[in-house]
Structure formats: structure tokens, C-alpha cells
Design a protein around this ligand. Structure first.
Ligand SMILES: [Ca+2]
Ligand SMILES: [Ca+2]
Ligand SMILES: [Ca+2]
Ligand SMILES: [Ca+2]
Length: 290
């Protein structure tokens, strides 16, 4: 595969472009290429994945890699330019991995991820190097875009500490007709409100805001559902609010949104309108270690 030759093969040891000088997880060359500051530790989060791919599906490694690269771009999009997968290291043992890709068979789940309770609050397992993301290739081999969508969703749990939004606080899935009416009202969230063609999810889903929850609440009676999602039940707020809190606590990430600077959460973000992009090609700069 010639994919990673562009920067990484020839630059090792010759310059500091492969280093992460400010310690935010993004390498210097990546920060320069995507418009971030390699000397500012608060401007972007570079997520490091250690991926184990089971031997019996290794023949599909090119598709699997592209799934992760597209997931990197999806995450950069849904965080409106504040986080991406910066490093994909393929490891040879499950024990070393924080992401495991395997054919788990008919499980009824395409992915699962670890959340960790600490002092009465739930964080992603990523920050404590606890648990992992499991990706079930039995369901994910159908489409690279679907693989990327599920990976982005599971890293939503594992890195950003989100809970699900396709079900209520008691674990009841929202019915299809409600989900369809939500997407007709442009409610399409990363954690599961709204229904979309699986191959298009990475292009349209964004993190939830109070607007999404207002629309869900306005339809709750019609469909006889509880509008308190798992996310709301466990974390009290939509995802745009909790990501500001969790990332400031975990990695001092400061968000620049709509001309405002957010050091932690603020009520003003409740009705933030997510950007359709950014459409930055972060996937071109992901560092890959085989
Ligand atoms: Ca950096
Ligand atoms: Ca930086
Ligand atoms: Ca976006
Ligand atoms: Ca988008």
C-alpha cells in the first residue's frame, strides 16, 4: 500500500514533522496541513487507535483501513473541526488494542464501546485506557461508509463519553416511523436520532443540540414515546453541551464555535447550529503504523 508514503516514510528522523510538540495527540505536520497550531495544546484532539484485525478477515484490510480513514474525517466533521483520528496503529494482539475488528457473527450489534463511571459521571474508556471498541465485521463488511459511520458512533461513546440517542432511558428503541419523521425535520444525530441510508450517514449526521431535542419532544405524544434519550438520562444535556465539558476536563480542549470561545460548556451552545463541514481531507494525513 502506497497510501502512507506521502509524508511519513521519508520524514522520520529528518525533521520534527512527525512529532507532537504540544502534546494534543496531533502530529506537527497534521496540524499545519489542517490549519491548526502545533504549538497550541488546546486547539485539536488527535485520537490514537490501536487496532486489532482478526486474521480471518485480514484479506479485507484495505477496506477496513479506508473505513477508519473515513471515520477520521467524519469525526473532524461532527466535532466541527476539533478532533480526528491522527494515528492508526495495527497491533498483532487483542490485548494491545483499543479497537477490535472481528466477525462476531449474528449478535444484533454492529459495534459496542466502553464507558466508565467516575465520581458520579460517565466518561469514555479512552481516557483511562480501559475497555475497548468492538466492531462486528459481520455487519460492517457491506459498505466502507457504514463501517465509518459505526466507528464514528462508537468512538462517540469511547472518546467523547456520549450515550445513545436511538433509544429512550429505559432502552426502548424509537420506532421507525418516528425516526423517519425526525430525519424529515433534519434531525440526524451521530448518537442515533433520525433515520438515514447507512451509506450516507457520515455526510449528514452531526452532534445533537437542544433543537433536536425540542423536535423529539414535540413528536413524543404522537408516537407515544419517552423523549428522554439515554444521553439525556445519563448526561442531562445534548451532545454539543457534554462534549465541551468532557473534553475540557479530559484534555483541555477549547472549542471555537460560531465566533465564540468555549472553555467548558455554556448554555449558549444549546442552540448551536452545527457546520455542515468542515470538509477538510484529514484522512490524507493520518499516520499509519503497520
Ligand atoms: Ca500537536
Ligand atoms: Ca495543537
Ligand atoms: Ca459538522
Ligand atoms: Ca457534516
Amino acid at each position: 500500500m502506497s497510501y502512507d508514503s506521502r509524508f511519513w516514510l521519508e520524514s522520520g528522523g529528518v525533521s520534527d514533522s512527525c512529532e507532537d510538540s504540544d502534546g494534543d495527540g496531533a502530529f506537527n505536520i497534521q496540524e499545519l496541513m489542517i490549519g491548526k497550531n502545533p504549538a497550541n495544546p488546546h486547539d485539536v484532539l488527535g485520537i490514537h487507535l490501536r487496532v486489532y484485525v482478526a486474521p480471518d478477515i485480514y484479506r479485507n484490510i484495505t477496506n477496513i483501513l479506508w473505513g477508519f480513514l473515513k471515520a477520521s474525517r467524519y469525526i473532524f466533521d461532527y466535532t466541527d473541526g476539533h478532533a480526528f483520528i491522527s494515528l492508526i496503529e495495527f497491533v498483532d494482539r487483542e490485548k494491545k488494542a483499543n479497537v477490535i475488528v472481528k466477525d462476531f457473527g449474528e449478535t444484533n450489534w454492529a459495534g459496542v464501546a466502553t464507558l466508565v463511571p467516575r465520581e458520579g459521571y460517565w466518561f469514555g474508556g479512552y481516557w483511562f485506557d480501559t475497555g475497548e471498541v468492538l466492531l462486528n465485521y459481520y455487519y460492517l463488511n457491506s459498505s466502507i461508509n457504514y463501517f465509518a459511520a459505526i466507528t464514528g458512533h462508537e468512538l462517540g461513546h469511547y472518546v467523547f463519553g456520549f450515550f445513545d440517542e436511538y433509544e429512550d432511558a429505559n432502552g426502548n428503541d424509537y420506532p421507525d416511523d418516528l425516526q423517519e419523521e425526525l430525519s424529515e425535520n433534519n434531525v440526524c444525530t451521530v448518537m442515533g436520532l433520525g433515520k438515514l441510508d447507512p451509506s450516507k450517514e457520515i455526510y449528514y449526521r452531526e452532534l445533537s443540540t437542544q433543537r433536536d431535542y425540542d423536535i423529539l419532544a414535540s413528536l413524543a405524544q404522537k408516537y407515544n414515546v419517552n423523549p428522554i434519550t439515554e444521553q439525556l438520562a445519563y448526561k442531562d444535556y445534548p451532545c454539543w453541551y457534554t462534549i465541551l465539558y468532557d473534553m475540557y476536563i479530559m484534555c483541555d480542549l477549547i472549542f471555537y464555535l460560531g465566533g465564540d470561545v468555549y472553555v467548558g460548556p455554556h448554555d449558549k451552545v444549546l442552540y448551536y447550529t452545527p457546520l455542515p463541514g468542515p470538509f477538510t481531507m484529514v484522512e490524507a494525513y493520518v499516520k499509519i503504523i503497520w
